[in-house]
Design a protein around this ligand. Structure first.
Ligand SMILES: [Zn+2]
Length: 814
């Protein structure tokens, strides 16, 4: 177990590193030359699955001790040169960590601890040095970080930690462009993809240029090398990686055209290109001292990419989407055995802490800090952070200190958000008499936790729906009492507008008040939240459905005003959302049935109206912009009601000129249509996209959401799965486990997943550990499901497992 309190600064410095790669698919030779000085007489370097060929100190062979994970030798107190030669097998590297081959292209993934699978090195983020890299091989393309000195020789002038190292070698097509920075420097932009896929890079390139401009105008951050490269590969464990000057991407987040990418894909490409680019400052120029500080770069960079997408698209709709993701991924994680603070204090396997808590809750902590200290102090604090820590590996404390200094106030209470796991609950009650309203708030945290600062934006509405005023209050004690005066009538409160505090709210509001807020609140986030809260009351507390159904009709009526917003407002909570609301003794079958009853009642009442609107909402020629995407998402929301009421969506599917509508229609039919139409359209979709892996993954996902265990097993036997690929696997098995609760949460479902985890763990431990996260809510299931899950996990834990999977299973069972 690695612990934060055990952190020790390194006792040595690396002045420079020179790496030579003699590429070979099965026997690549890596020669690493380190110029070092050490305050200690022994030096221990990290390694993982390396074949050590030789070690030389100042030109002479030297005694050393090598283990599977380390290389130790004695070193002088004077500056010395260490030359280490290792051999690696990129073809056999199915873990996709370190140097590996994807479709014949050599590529690397070094975060968090992949560099030690390339050479022996102090593989920790606080060891920064400058890299010169020489690559020899027969590939026409030989890329690494920094600026190119000659073919295959690269120098990165910016000191960086090893996790930001990258190498790519292969025969790829390229799309080129340029960007002129705010100081007038011209930067070459290059996106590398498989030959023939160049036309699919236009949106990614456009997103990159907009990201570069936005980071200059919004944060004053300019790019700092002569070239910025993106390489898209088809085998990748994550979304993308921010290696200095040479980002490597899962190709599903680069390639797009209207026939093969949905609006969600376009939005993801824009957001992820931006995220990785923004890391150049928040992550690369300023990095983490140790991996406990991961949220220093990830929370901040998620915050930045959310702001970018908000500026590019509709800010309220982006907020609705971000919070839905936060609740489904992070709140669920925080409510189960994998719960951990934004800054964990210990870990057994760092790969398992690339979580929604570190990323998304981390971004919320920064967003709340902005509300607490105000926009001006927030901007000044960030400027100070960039100035003070440029070129350093630093900590969350020192980040927060920048804001404390400019705001001239302590943020100690706020900083507890980093240390205390769990989602705070705020209990709310009010008293009203003679024009005075008293608001009582209480924050409920885990036992032993101290109060956190909760900034709550509160709107006050008159009973006829007028906006009276808005105020931001901060609850930073367990209990707070806030008094508001001079009302003519008792006001209606819109609490936690924009989800200003990342909390759950317990405020027993009547159905009438929720319906009132759903139609009158001036805050879009809360307007939609009112609909969701109302729907959850109907679905989990037996509230009368009839008035909700009437409200839903009103929303449909209003929907052309702001299609993107109403598409969200008309989307009912998912089965997983409902399960989270119930919290204990969950019965997925009952949830599915209750939800279905409401869905059918809504369709019965409103399909006709939906149909009339559907046909008037024309979207015109395809454009990926947010307004057009909003219209398409509303059309799909309306189409769902029509299909439930028996409408045949085949023609919509067949005539669609873009994937959003085609796939949207297919999904409506698969979830709600008749079997004959479903089989016909699924067969058509399969035939159409069999040769396009990323689109075919959507077919697999749709299958995973509905299939039985037996059907998933059968699909896994198919040709598409003969070679392991993370995207394919997550699309079918990952989606089955995460988004098919009635089939997964059964003894057969649990047993199947555990068998699969055991099998895949031998191929790719990061993927098996990630998919195992599907068990995170098993303790809130009803019996005998809970027991069956426990037994399946216990049986799995008796096998020899990777560190990644073992860590997850151990925490699950604790
Ligand atoms: Zn990131």
């Amino acid at each position: 177990m690695i612990k934060l309190e055990d952190y020790k600064a390194p006792e040595f410095k690396i002045a420079s590193v020179h790496l030579e790669f003699a590429l070979d698919p099965e026997a690549t030779i890596v020669t690493s030359t380190l110029k070092m000085v050490s305050d200690s007489s022994t030096l221990t370097l990290d390694g993982d699955e390396l074949v050590l060929l030789s070690v030389e100190l100042n030109g002479k062979p030297v005694d050393h001790v090598v283990t599977p994970t380390s290389l130790t030798l004695n070193v002088p107190f004077t500056p010395f040169t260490l030359v280490i030669k290792t051999q690696i097998n990129p073809t056999a590297n199915t873990a996709l960590s370190g140097l590996y081959r994807s479709n014949g292209t050599y590529c690397t993934q070094c975060e968090a601890e992949g560099f030690r699978r390339i050479t022996f090195f102090p593989d920790r983020p606080d060891v920064l040095t400058t890299y010169t890299v020489k690559i020899t091989g027969k590939e026409p393309l030989l890329l690494s970080n920094g600026n190119q000195l000659e073919h295959g020789v690269w120098h990165d002038p910016h000191p960086k930690p090893s996790y930001l190292f990258a190498l790519v070698a292969g025969d790829l097509g390229v799309v080129k462009d340029t960007f002129t920075t705010m100081s007038g420097r011209v930067v070459a932009l290059e996106i590398y993809v498989e030959h023939g896929k160049e036309p699919l890079c236009a949106y990614a390139m456009d997103s990159l240029k907009r990201s570069m401009r936005w980071d200059e105008t919004a944060f004053g951050r300019e790019y700092d090398l002569d070239v910025f490269m993106i390489v898209a590969v088809s085998d990748f464990n994550m979304g993308a990686m921010e290696n200095k000057g040479l980002n490597i991407f899962n190709d599903k987040y680069v390639l797009a055209n209207p026939e093969t990418a949905t609006d969600a894909d376009y939005a993801n490409i824009e957001g992820i290109i931006a995220h990785e680019y923004f890391h150049n400052w928040t992550g690369n120029r300023i990095t983490c001292r140790d991996w406990f500080q991961l949220s220093l770069k990830e929370g901040l960079t998620v915050f930045r990419d959310q702001e970018f997408s908000s500026d590019m698209r509709s800010r309220p709709v982006k907020r609705i989407e971000d919070v839905r993701l936060l609740k489904s991924a992070q709140f669920a994680e925080d409510a189960g055995p994998l719960s951990h603070p934004v800054r964990p204090r210990q870990y057994a396997e760092i790969n398992n802490f690339y979580t929604a808590t570190v990323y998304n809750k981390g971004a919320e902590v920064i967003r709340m800090m902005k509300v607490l200290i105000g926009e001006k102090a927030f901007a000044d604090g960030l400027d100070l952070y960039f100035k003070r820590h440029d070129g350093q590996a630093t900590t969350i404390e020192l980040f927060v200190k920048c804001f404390e200094e400019v705001a001239e106030r302590s943020l100690d209470i706020h900083s507890r958000w980093y240390e205390q796991a769990g989602t705070p609950l705020v209990r709310v009650s009010t008293e009203y008499e003679g024009g005075v309203l008293i608001l009582h708030l209480e924050q409920v945290l885990r036992e032993g936790h101290l109060p956190q600062s909760l900034p709550l934006r509160v709107g006050f509405l008159s009973p006829n729906g007028e906006e009276l005023f808005e105020e931001t209050i901060t609850l930073d004690q367990f209990k707070g009492r806030f008094i508001f005066e001079d009302f003519k009538d008792e006001p209606i409160l819109s609490l936690n507008r924009g989800f200003s505090a990342a909390v759950n709210i317990d405020y027993g509001r009547s159905d009438q008040t929720l319906a009132f807020l759903a139609t009158h609140d001036s805050d879009d986030y809360n307007r939609r939240q009112a609909v969701e809260t109302y729907a959850l009351k109907v679905l989990t507390k037996g509230a009368d459905a009839a008035p909700f159904i009437a409200l839903y009709g009103k929303l449909i009526e209003e929907s052309p005003r702001d299609p993107a917003f109403y598409a969200h407002a008309l989307t009912l909570p998912s089965e997983e959302d409902i399960a989270r609301e119930i919290g204990a003794n969950i019965n997925p079958d009952a949830i599915k049935q209750t939800r279905n009853t409401l869905v059918v009642a809504l369709a019965k009442a409103h399909a006709e109206r939906a149909s009339a609107l559907f046909h008037t909402l024309q979207t015109g020629a395809f454009s990926p912009d947010a307004a057009s995407a909003g219209k398409r998402s509303l059309r799909i929301a309306l189409l769902r009601l029509m299909v439930i009421e028996g409408f045949d969506a085949s023609e919509i599917y067949m005539n669609a000129d873009n994937l959003t509508e085609r796939f949207g229609a297919l999904a409506c039919v698969v979830h709600h249509g008749n079997v004959a139409t479903r089989d016909k359209l699924m067969a058509d979709f399969q035939a159409r996209f069999e040769d396009n892996a990323n689109v075919f993954d959507k077919y697999l996902s749709l299958t995973g959401m509905k299939a039985s265990v037996l059907e998933v097993k059968t699909m896994l036997q198919g040709a598409v799965f003969t070679k392991f690929n993370p995207n394919r696997y997550r699309a079918l098995v990952g989606v089955f486990a995460m988004s098919n609760p009635t089939q997964f949460h059964t003894k057969a479902g649990y047993d199947f997943l555990c068998e699969e985890l055991l099998r895949v763990d031998k191929i790719n431990p990061q993927v098996s550990a990630r998919v195992a996260n599907a068990f995170r809510s098993y303790k809130s299931m009803e019996e005998p499901r809970k027991l069956a899950a426990h037994e399946a996990l216990l049986a799995l834990s008796k096998h020899e497992l990777s560190n990644d999977l073992k860590d997850i299973i151990t925490r699950m069972l604790a």
